[in-house]
Design a protein around this ligand. Structure first.
Ligand SMILES: [Cu+2]
Length: 171
């Protein structure tokens, strides 16, 4: 046997090992897709100057056929994280803490300004743009889901409305 064919054998067995690796990576992502609840568009606002309170928003997608319930959100920045809801009462916009948020089957619940939102009080550290923060969602059945929230400033939100795409022209 020439040294060249030995080298070919080695390459073949290495490719075989890589192939196995590929299979296991695929099965992990298939599991992730089966996850019945997922979160999209998670953001955490930079606190206003001199404040150590802020808000977080996200979309919770319940892809399962069963109702789920969000009961808490946890953050490494503080123990005081509350689920809030804005509502009109007597002509005034008021917010109140809610103990849980129902996630109907096959539906998306948006946490957004003027609706449900997450409030974080007594931050131990100031969240900064470009440094994502982990939020852990806790559900009524005990399951948890960790998500990375992008830290944004209120100024960024005012500039929303597809600024990033306005430079693309169709010809
Ligand atoms: Cu609030």
């Amino acid at each position: 046997m020439s040294s060249a064919s030995i080298r070919n054998l080695t390459v073949a067995s290495m490719l075989g090992a890589l192939g196995l690796l590929g299979v296991s990576v695929l099965s992990v992502s298939a599991l992730a897709q089966d996850h019945p609840v997922s979160v999209d568009n998670a953001t955490l606002r930079e606190p206003l100057p001199g404040k150590n309170v802020t808000t977080a928003y996200f979309d919770v997608i319940n892809a399962s056929g069963k109702p789920r319930e969000l009961v808490a959100v946890e953050s490494g920045l503080t123990d005081r994280v509350e689920l809030h809801q804005h509502r009109h009462e007597g002509g005034m916009m008021q917010m109140r803490e809610v103990s849980s948020v129902a996630l109907p089957p096959e539906a998306t619940v948006r946490f957004e300004p003027g609706g449900y939102h997450i409030m974080l009080f007594g931050l131990s550290e100031r969240p900064e743009r470009g440094r994502p923060e982990t939020l852990v969602l806790r559900f009524a059945d005990g399951e948890t889901l960790a998500v990375e929230a992008e830290v944004v400033s209120v100024m960024d939100e005012k500039g929303q409305g597809d600024d990033g795409h306005s430079h693309h022209h169709r010809h």
